[in-house]
Design a protein around this ligand. Structure first.
Ligand SMILES: NC(=O)c1ccc[n+]([C@@H]2O[C@H](COP(=O)([O-])OP(=O)(O)OC[C@H]3O[C@@H](n4cnc5c(N)ncnc54)[C@H](O)[C@@H]3O)[C@@H](O)[C@H]2O)c1
Length: 389
């Protein structure tokens, strides 16, 4: 494999691939020859390139991981697909639904594996919740709700390319993390969100940007806090850092989700609860080894992750016995393992592991985000989520 965009999440891609034990990390490409060389040395990657096209042209690279900022996803993934390389893109698939549609179509034409790392699907208890819904244990679903709240953008002296529409896309919090929640809600329930009503806000409307902004969570992007006044400039923020969205699912279930990245104390607070007529199930990312199962007229339960009692679809994502905690990086590894299993099976559509998100899911996610933006722009009215065209 070769990786393009060696920043924050790239380290997780490299680590996950290495844990598989049967995939060689051949090369990485960065924004300059020097930064790529430095990162390659740090991560013990043999080859480094200052231009992503050189990496794609490397005959030893069969699979391209795209972990560049959102605005580069389109050109980088398109170039990899044109060279008929398998592509594992981090989410969001691109910076707009139109670009994601182009990528989805190009991937289908290329006949290669096309994966989007909606990594929360790789958690064993997420798969258990999905299996419970599928088996009908919850009864007909009536309400799906939750939140994805963070606080890393709470300080006005912190800045990320995500807040710049030219690099992150028109949406910030919704595209960055709301996309994860919606993907998870649809994956677990098996239901499509068909309409949305969104109320968006920008709580931190001005930020002080360090002149040398770096990658996500890097010293430079959070370094505004330490930088002197002369090293900072003020920037007006237009994209949302807070959103509340009402949801209508196909089949009649209702829902709502809150998304924000400026809410003190919330670190990676993704919560999903699915309520049916017979039972409810709730998964909290920050307590990801537990699943709450709520019932009427019977005791509710908190079930710990235990491969011995999980359904087969979920147990394959658990690698340690009960009582041994598994975490974010393990779920990420599970998604990467599924991706390479698909690739080894020739990327045939019938061989795709059921939990693996593809460019079709990435495109779908962007349609959802844009329906939310349109709902808010129209004054907070219901908007139908368009079908993929
Ligand atoms: N799955 C997840 O939970 C998750 C988490 C974080 C980020 N992401 C996604 O991963 C992507 C990257 O985010 P990040 O947080 O790692 O950002 P980052 O800013 O830390 O890293 C991006 C990297 O891309 C490099 N880059 C910029 N231009 C380049 C070019 N022309 N060629 C090659 N490299 C170039 C940058 O120098 C940097 O090293 C985003 O799309 C983001 O949404 C996903």
């Amino acid at each position: 494999m070769g990786l393009i965009g060696p920043g924050f999440i790239a380290a997780q891609h490299i680590e996950a691939v290495r844990r598989l034990g049967n995939v060689e990390v051949v090369a990485l490409a960065g924004s300059s020859r020097e930064s790529a060389r430095r990162r390659a040395a740090e991560w013990s990657v043999e080859r480094s390139y200052g231009d992503y096209r050189e990496l794609i042209a490397d005959p030893d690279v069969d699979v391209v991981h795209n972990t560049t900022p959102n605005h580069l996803h389109l050109e980088v993934s398109l170039a990899a697909l044109a060279a008929r390389k398998h592509v594992i893109s981090d989410k969001p698939l691109s910076d707009s639904a139109q670009h994601s549609r182009t990528l989805w179509q190009a991937a289908r034409r290329a006949g290669v594996a096309h994966v989007v790392t909606f990594n929360y699907r790789g958690n064993p208890l997420v798969q258990e919740a999905r299996a419970m819904v599928k088996r009908g244990e919850l009864g007909p679903l009536c309400y799906v709700h939750g939140q994805y709240l963070q606080d890393w953008l709470a300080d006005e002296r912190v800045y990320s390319w995500r807040l710049d529409p030219a690099r992150g896309g028109a949406s910030s919090a919704l595209r960055d993390i709301g996309s994860h929640w919606c993907d998870l809600a649809e994956h677990v329930t098996g239901l499509r969100i068909e309409a949305v009503l969104a109320d968006l806000g920008t709580v931190v409307a001005q930020r002080e940007v360090p002149r040398a902004a770096g990658g996500t969570f890097s010293r430079a992007s959070t370094g505004g806090r330490r930088a002197g006044r002369a090293q900072r400039r003020r920037v007006r923020i237009k994209s949302e850092d807070l959103a509340t969205v009402l949801l209508r699912f196909r089949g009649g279930a209702k829902g709502c989700v809150a998304v924000g990245q400026v809410l003190p104390g919330h670190k990676n607070d993704l919560q999903l609860e699915v309520c049916g007529r017979k039972a409810s199930v709730r998964w909290l990312q920050e307590r990801q080894n537990e699943l709450w199962i709520g019932r009427f007229g019977q005791p509710s339960l908190v079930v710990g992750k235990d491969p011995a009692i999980l359904s087969a679809d979920a147990a394959r994502y658990a690698h340690l016995p009960a009582g041994h905690q598994e975490a974010w990086a393990d779920a990420f590894r599970n998604v990467i393992a599924d991706a390479y299993q698909w690739i080894r099976e020739g990327a045939k559509s019938q061989a795709r592991p059921a939990a693996l998100a593809t460019f079709a899911d990435g495109y779908r996610s962007d349609l959802l985000v844009e329906a939310m933006l349109a709902s808010h722009a129209a004054g907070g009215v219901w908007r139908k989520v368009p079908q993929p065209a």
